[in-house]
Design a binder for this molecule. Structure first.
Ligand code: 13P
Ligand code: SF4
Length: 332
């Protein structure tokens, strides 16, 4: 069964069960987790209630590692499709559930495998470093995967003279080019959430709160990264907010991360960086497809399950294994 067929099945019915509104979903989910030997892995961009029920909350690198080492029979992935796919690639004997199979990723979608294959053919001497936010098919076309936590170290693991393609995020790629002095060829992809921040509004905010530091994810555009006081993955931004002595931060990444920031530093002020319009566009609509209700129903029914072709899985696993090895050697 492919992804589209699975979505069709969901739309036809099995997520459409009535949930008794008086149910305590936290209790029910805990009960089901024990009964079924299941764990919930959640990305920092999930809603606060999902983060609170999760067994592990982390960035893409942490989640991949956790998925690889778990002995649980079922992994409920509270994140997006490419993350659940990575969990299945690394730990194929576990049942991997994604509460909403439509939880995709604009960045991953910006790199269709057929087009990327043609693009790659234009650069026969280049090796491919792909950001983990891509499909299994793109991973299978890559030499090594990276996340925003280890991108610089992964790129630096190649000799300076080795020509590289970086896909699919042009902003992270440009940032790493600048940090390493390389000129990797960049695929022209981007994340809809990180490209929405308004430089003008952030500059105004900085004027209004002069003590606030701007902390930004490297998926943001260069104009934002240039004025940021700190640039890092979600885990790095969270750690910085815990160890740094400032009282306030303007946070240029998806707003879900603020839950852990406020929880661990309640005395500090965290301001979500404003988008260039009036909607809450720094909420990732894909991440936010997951709800407590969907987590409950997916645990109950053990559906929708992430299934994948074994040959793609094996081809995609190689560059992920390489990333995990390099990261370990680099002490990350
Ligand atoms: P990290 O959590 O690895 O920083 O990635 C952010 C992101 O965009 C996930 O979709
Ligand atoms: Fe994809 Fe951006 Fe959402 Fe992350 S925040 S899942 S990169 S669309």
């Amino acid at each position: 069964m492919n992804h589209a067929e699975e979505i069709e099945l969901i739309e036809k019915g099995y997520l459409d069960i009535q949930i008794d509104p008086s149910l305590d979903l936290f209790q029910e989910i805990e009960k089901l987790k024990k009964e079924k030997n299941a764990i919930i892995l959640a990305h920092y961009y999930q809603d606060a209630d999902i983060q609170d029920i999760a067994d592990y909350i982390g960035d893409s690198l942490g989640l991949a590692r956790e998925a690889e080492k778990t002995n649980a029979a079922i992994i409920v992935f509270a994140g997006v499709h490419f993350m659940a796919e990575t969990a299945k690639i690394l730990n194929p004997t576990r049942k991997v559930l994604l509460p909403d199979l439509k939880a995709g990723c604009s960045l991953s979608d910006s790199c269709p495998p057929e087009l990327f294959k043609k693009f790659k053919e234009k650069y026969p001497d280049h090796l491919v470093v792909s950001y983990i936010n891509c499909s299994a098919e793109i991973k299978a076309l890559s030499d090594v995967i990276c996340t925003s936590s280890n991108a610089q170290k992964i790129v630096e693991s190649f000799p300076k003279e080795q020509l590289l393609i970086f896909a699919p995020d042009k902003n992270l790629g440009a940032y790493i080019n600048k940090k390493t002095g390389r000129s990797m060829v960049l695929w022209n992809g981007a994340c809809m959430v990180h490209e929405i921040f308004s430089l003008e509004k952030i500059v105004k905010l900085k004027t209004r709160y002069p003590a606030a530091k701007l902390i930004a994810h490297p998926e943001c555009e260069e104009s934002i990264l240039r004025i940021a006081d700190m640039v890092g993955s979600t885990t790095e931004l969270l750690r910085f907010s815990q160890s740094d002595s400032s009282e306030a931060y303007i946070v240029a990444t998806e707003a879900g991360i603020l839950h852990q920031m406020v929880k661990s530093s309640p005395q500090k002020t965290f301001i979500p960086a404003p988008p260039n319009n009036n909607c809450a566009c720094n909420d990732c609509p894909h991440m936010k497809r997951n709800t407590l209700e969907k987590i409950y129903t997916c645990l109950l029914k053990e559906k929708p399950e992430l299934v994948m072709d074994e040959s793609i899985r094996l081809a995609a696993k190689k560059p992920i294994d390489r990333m995990l090895e390099i990261s370990k050697l680099a002490g990350l």
